[in-house]
Write a protein that binds this ligand. Sequence first.
Ligand code: ZN
Length: 500
Amino acid sequence: MNLAFVLALLVQNVHQVGEVFDAATRDRMRQRELYLSEKMAQLLLEIEQKNMEQSRAGRRALLPAVLQSWKVWAAVCLLVLLVWVVRKLHQKYQRMKKSSGKEGSGSEEEEEEKEDFEGLLHAGIQPPVNDLAHKCRAMHCLVSKLLNSCRILLSDSFYPVPQPPIGVGSAYEGWCPREDDPVFCLLVPLTAPRGHTFHLELGTARELPARNSRIRVELECTCRTEEETGVLCFLHNTEDRLGKQPPSLLHTLCTGGYLDAEKIARWFPVLIQDAWRRMPESARCRINVQPCSRSCRLHVIDGFNRIFIIEMMFGVRQHRTDIFLSSHKIEGIVIPSTTWPQSCAVAEAKFFRHIAAHAREDSFHLRCMQVWACLLVGDNISVYEVKTAVMHLLTVFPMEHWRARHFLQRMHDILWYLRCCLEERSLEHFLIGNEAVPAEIILPRDFRVSRPLNLFQRLEQEPDNHVRAECELDELPDQFTRLLISQQWQTSTCPQTSFS
Ligand SMILES: [Zn+2]
């Protein structure tokens, strides 16, 4: 190329000086110019041919090495595939062996969850980072095993019996605003011990969800099974005889004949610690149990020194529905220890599972929810109200309209829906009086037939809060735009969130 440049320069110079010389000299110079041009073209052709030959020779030389490398990689892939197939077959065989040899030892799903947990704690390779679903399963599995151990400890007593936990809240619904630091909320259903029954009293305030609910504990006659179980009937035995067996629930975790949430919250950590010591996992990771007034908080520290926070609430299922009377607190209200407010957490988590079952893997509905939850600031619109709006819209737009390409439109729709609700001061509770709730969410009859509950009713009496709520909503589009530009959501509040 340098040669071509020099020749081009010469040719240009010939033109510039040509006017100074006579006609014969100009002819000679023109011939010289033609000669140099031909020479240049020839040189360029030779260089090109030389390069092509070298390239062909190089490819010929490289081909055997590439072929050899390809064969090696194919062999490695085949070997890996073979190991994977053998491992899966072995796991399947182990599961079949366990399920056939041990009655009631747990379903295949439980076994998979167990593997998840084992994998999280002991994997030789780096465990998946920020894989929220994986962590949710692992924590669910850990608490399931812990509660199983508790049931064994409680088998000779008359304390409430903890059943397998149910994942609730943002982490288990899949839209956790802080994926790097989630709280794994699990509701622990409690059933009555032998010789006892729970009677749910939903209060008289005619409100839904009922806040003033209580759980009355009654004794039932067990005379018929006395010989078989060795458990004396609490109703038809003398005090002296009953003194030989542990006291009834009425004498331990009740107040005035009603189940006491605070007494349960004090009793449960002791039980958990005792159960944990008997679990093999206790040799490999640690737990710190932090009692709370109406729940139990666990800090699980795994083999990688990571801390997982688990919040366990207690609940009693309301007549085979997905509504529970739960020990959860109501923000801003002090409630008596024997009060168990109605909780929709299990039904709502079930709704998100129902949606996930009908959505494509690349659905963005959870991302929509997550981004608005991340951006929400102020106290006048709650995350729960945004979630309610999203749940309504999930029953309006078909699931194929929640894909990545609809993301901006759906984000706009959620905001628009909330703005309309604010203007009308009316946002209906998703589960009460809503015919669009899928049939597989099992609700008490009064939930189905009641008039919809207005979550924005408070704004009717609070005009100042209404104005502030509108201002908060008006700020959201700008924040969203800034978020899209800065991409902050990928690293800080909403890690792992990606629009691409
Ligand atoms: Zn009896």
